[in-house]
Design a protein around this ligand. Structure first.
Ligand code: HSE
Length: 413
């Protein structure tokens, strides 16, 4: 007897899923143990030239009320109708596989609980790291560990842009256009550039690792749009590259510290060598030590690879919830980011900037001054603060800002 699946959203991920599925149909059916029928593709647009035009439907109820549909791929994105469709499907006992990080990050605890209650599965390997296996390893292979920290490059578009800017001197706009042409960027690239996409992804990883929903709206998030070539230059001379990094860790008092921001990454660190659309995620556990997951973090077939893997898993586990789960969180679970510690790269401008910063160095407990190759001026200075509480760095910078303008602040990794 054949098993029926359906796809919601025939964009980059949805069409990639169908393409990969057909490419490897024979092997996939062997792995599942039965023939698989692609029943429906739900999309509001028409695709008259598609070989799957006969599968296209516009009414969600057709999928929902077909008792033969067992697994639905939700690749529509967003957290409005994708949310109501996912709820309805899970309540009907149909498993849902998704690449929709916005929905998983916002509503994961609720949707996972519904899946558990109805003996089906809500699976989201494709929501983080594109084709890189990271959700399965955290919830299955590493579940014997206490996860101490997860740190990663989680957005392909921004990593592609930063790489093109640094290595090929492309402008930000040119690099973004190339990322969009390759299908890496979100429909609205602000989500990539301002760090929101990476923020959702680190929240998903943290929620999974620590069992409590981490709300993307409640953690610190900043993107790459304010990074200048001056910062790239200072960082380079000092032995660093700038990368957009998501991180989450458990503090000694059991709270969670999570954030997304550009960081100065030492050139000898593995993450410094992750370029283009590639993502890499470092997981530190008390058993395994350090493990690194690396691969294509965005794109049609890499993302489809993760989706199809989850579809196979869902078909294999019909009627059984496999236990991917986290709960709603308490209000005080997150450590305010200003209470966390960091060493900070700071670039300032103004009259006698270098002299003034040197005079105030003791106030910070000693600063490391940086040099650059291009446009040297005594009206600009850049330094690295000691590793200290962020709130204390800000207090000292507030004094400096009476006479100088603070142009950049970037944490070190
Ligand atoms: N826009 C995302 C990225 C797609 O660039 O990483 C994959 O989630």
């Amino acid at each position: 007897m054949s098993r029926k699946i359906a796809v919601i959203g025939y964009g980059v991920v949805g069409s990639g899923t169908v393409e990969l599925f057909e490419m490897n149909r024979e092997k996939i059916e062997k792995r599942v143990g039965s023939p698989i029928e692609l029943g429906y593709i739900l999309d509001l647009k028409d695709f008259p030239d598609s070989p799957y035009a006969d599968k296209l439907v516009k009414d969600f109820n057709i999928l929902l009320h077909d008792p033969e549909v067992e697994v639905v791929v939700e690749s529509a994105g967003g957290a409005t109708f994708a949310y109501s469709y996912t709820r309805a499907l899970l309540e009907a006992g149909k498993s849902v596989v998704t690449s929709n990080k916005e929905l998983v990050a916002k509503k994961g605890a609720e949707l996972l609980a519904i899946a558990k209650e109805h003996n089906c599965n809500y699976l989201f390997e494709a929501s983080v790291g594109g084709g890189i296996p990271i959700i399965g390893p955290i919830y299955r292979c590493l579940s014997g560990n206490t996860i101490q920290e997860i740190t990663g490059i989680l957005n392909g578009t921004t990593n592609f842009i930063l790489t093109k800017m640094i290595k090929e001197q492309l402008s930000f706009e040119e690099a973004l256009k190339q990322a969009q042409a390759n299908g890496y960027a979100e429909a609205d690239p602000t989500a990539d550039v301002e760090g929101h996409d990476a923020c959702r992804k680190i929240c998903i990883l943290g929620s999974l690792a620590y069992g409590k929903q981490i709300d993307p709206e409640k953690i610190h998030c900043s993107g790459i749009s304010k990074i200048t070539m001056a910062d790239v230059d200072y960082a380079d001379v000092a032995g660093y590259v700038i990368k957009l990094i998501g991180s989450v860790k458990q503090t000694n008092d059991g709270r969670i510290a999570a954030k997304v921001c550009p960081r100065l990454v030492p050139k000898k660190h593995m993450l410094a060598h992750v370029d283009d659309v590639y993502n890499a995620i470092c997981v530190k556990g008390d058993g395994i030590g350090d493990a690194v997951f690396y691969g294509r973090g965005a794109g049609k077939l890499p993302t489809a690879s993760a989706v199809v893997g989850d579809v196979i898993d869902a078909l294999r586990h019909k009627g059984t919830n496999i236990g991917v789960y986290w709960q709603q969180a308490e209000d005080d679970m997150l450590l305010p980011y200003k209470d966390d510690e960091a060493a900070m790269y700071v670039r300032v401008k103004g009259e006698d900037a270098q002299k003034k910063c040197k005079e105030l160095s003791e106030m910070f407990g000693g600063l490391i001054f940086l040099d650059r190759r291009m446009s040297k001026s005594i009206e600009e200075a850049a330094f690295i603060t000691p590793f200290m509480k962020e709130a204390d760095i800000d207090k000292s910078l507030a004094i400096l800002s009476h006479s100088l303008s603070i142009e950049s602040k970037i944490r070190l990794l």
